[in-house]
Design a protein around this ligand. Structure first.
Ligand SMILES: [Zn+2]
Length: 557
């Protein structure tokens, strides 16, 4: 078993790679047996992807390290060139005379995925993609540079939530103010980066023949079986069914906190003693997690022990480390990698079980016949992660002691509360890319409007920056992966169905979950959802049953 620290992949030699691709194309043109050419090509893709993933992971682990930054820059420059090479192979394979054997080897979904890839790339935008990566890095580095002075300590954006979620309301208020002061101070730069991103993305879309970035954004996300009308219908369901339920939750919360009216810094705290916190540190949590996965069956157990023993978990927050949490995958080693920033709140357990869901799925489908099928598209991938958060519920006493049940309650409350916010982020992005020439102040006004619609109780009080609509700038996806957000709400709708099912028959639910993980990316979203025995979030009334059960857990009625 190779340790993460020892994992390496040769820096690609782009000229050599170009000639290897040319050989593949010549072989295809010369009538070589297609299956073997595809498997040679997939080998090349896996190796490049392994180098890219290792480079990205090491950069996010220490964004200040010069060597990591230089490697990341090279990755940003090479990626569009390799994408261009891949496009040529995909286009050649999709040509009519090759189609038959492709679908008999891999089904129809592969052609749909590649169709989306071809629709979202042309060498004419290669330089723009490099510029887009540079803008992303500027955002990541700006946020990673935050030094928040709070009560004699210096924090970053990953560790300050420990205090924005403190049981003491004054501490919550003060920490929230410190956090937004950073955004206020850097507001111009954040607006400039985003303005450049929106204009650049719009210009790429137009070069590819689209009216604006929305359609291109969907193609980049490889959304092959639903469109923006379906998404709008889903957002409306959230507005009509979830927003009223969250309003009920707010009333209960105000009551429990005895605050009269809730302020922004109260929204994620559900009782006066604060939310439960894990009762041990990082190493202790890993021990508890090992016990939990051992108890959840042999597949989870061997997966988690492998992750831990190979050093594939990087969970502690450090100076210079990028924010957020994610899961990556190293094809040449056939192992996933988990990145997080523990801060001592209950979020650690949520983020951890979430990323373990991604990693478990990638590991479950590591033997997929082609690399495109190891991971599904994002809205499907988030089902594995968000569902595992719920499927771990019976083990929460390990992390929270007697507070295990209270954690589950706040997790459920947070899961419902998240849906309106999630669709607000989605609606915001549609509106942003519909009017790419809007002024930064207009963009803030658009967010403000979305917030009012979906989170009517959110009151920023005297925090001027978010009160005027600056909250979206903390949402990394808006900068880094446009249109990657509705995915979480669609997946949450599916995860809540798994939650409901597991309350009735845990074993049957777990076996459906395993099945879904093993399917990897072999189908489109609604196909996978139906294979897992779940209802599509686009179906009318898909939320009703779960909301009924959730209300009974949250309100006892
Ligand atoms: Zn995720």
């Amino acid at each position: 078993m190779t340790q993460f620290a020892e994992m390496s992949s040769p820096t690609p030699d782009i000229e050599a790679l170009e000639s290897q691709y040319q050989v593949l194309l010549d072989d295809l043109a010369g009538g070589a047996e297609q299956t073997s050419v595809v498997s040679r090509w997939d080998r090349l893709r896996k190796t490049f992807s392994t180098w890219g993933a290792l480079t990205h992971v090491r950069y996010t682990l220490d964004t200040k390290n010069a060597e990591n930054r230089a490697a990341k820059e090279l990755l940003d420059e090479l990626s569009p060139r390799v994408e261009s090479l891949d496009s040529r192979v995909k286009a050649t394979l999709l040509e009519a005379d090759h189609k038959g054997s492709l679908s008999s080897d891999h089904g129809d979904h592969l052609a749909a995925l590649w169709g989306a890839d071809l629709a979202s790339f042309d060498p004419v935008i290669s330089d723009d993609l490099v510029t887009e990566s540079k803008l992303r890095n500027r955002y990541v580095e700006l946020l990673a540079s935050a030094q928040l002075e709070f009560r004699g300590e210096t924090h970053n954006l990953s560790t300050i939530p420990r205090y924005t979620l403190d049981p003491d309301r004054n501490i919550r208020r003060e920490a929230t103010a410190v956090q937004w002061a950073f955004f206020q101070e850097n507001g111009d730069e954040l607006d400039t980066i985003f303005d450049e991103m929106v204009k650049l993305r719009t210009s790429m879309a137009r070069k590819l023949g689209y009216e604006n970035f929305i359609e291109l954004g969907y193609q980049r996300m490889q959304r092959v079986d639903y469109d923006r009308d379906d998404v709008r219908v889903f957002r409306d369901q959230v507005l009509n069914e979830v927003v009223p339920l969250v309003s009920r939750l707010r009333a209960l919360q105000a009551d429990r906190l005895e605050v009269g009216s809730l302020k922004a810094w109260d929204m994620a705290t559900y009782s006066q003693e604060g939310n439960p916190r894990p009762i041990g540190d990082h190493d202790w949590m890993l021990e508890r997690a090992t016990e939990m996965f051992d108890e959840m069956g042999p597949r989870f157990s061997s997966f988690f022990r492998m992750m831990k023993d190979s050093g594939l978990l990087e969970l502690e927050s450090r100076d210079g480390k990028a924010g957020g949490g994610y899961c990556s995958y190293f094809f040449d080693y056939e192992v996933p990698f988990i990145f997080a920033n523990f801060n001592g709140t209950q979020q650690d357990v949520r983020v951890f079980t979430h990323e373990c869901g991604h990693a478990f799925q990638g590991w479950s489908s590591r033997e997929a016949a082609i690399s495109d099928y190891v991971w599904p598209t994002y809205e499907s991938a988030e089902i594995h992660s968000m569902s595992l958060e719920f499927l771990c519920w019976p083990h929460m006493d390990k992390f929270f002691g007697e507070e295990g049940e209270r954690f589950c309650w706040t997790h459920l409350a947070g899961a419902l509360d998240f849906l309106p916010y999630g669709v607000a982020v989605d609606e915001f992005q549609h509106r942003i890319y519909e009017q790419p020439d809007a002024h930064p102040a207009e963009r803030h006004a658009i967010w403000h409007d979305c917030e009012r619609r979906y989170q009517p109780e959110l009151d920023w009080d005297d925090l001027g920056y978010p009160a005027k609509g600056g909250r979206w700038q903390l949402q990394r996806h808006i900068y880094l992966n446009p249109f990657y957000y509705i995915d979480y709400t669609l997946a949450q709708t599916c995860a809540l169905q798994f939650w409901l099912a597991s309350r009735k028959d845990r074993d049957e639910t777990l076996s459906r979950y395993h099945k879904l993980c093993s399917l990897g990316g072999t189908g489109a979203f609604q196909q996978l959802v139906s294979q897992a025995g779940l209802r599509s979030p686009f179906a009318e009334g898909c939320l009703s049953e779960v909301l009924e059960e959730a209300a009974s857990v949250l309100f006892g009625s």
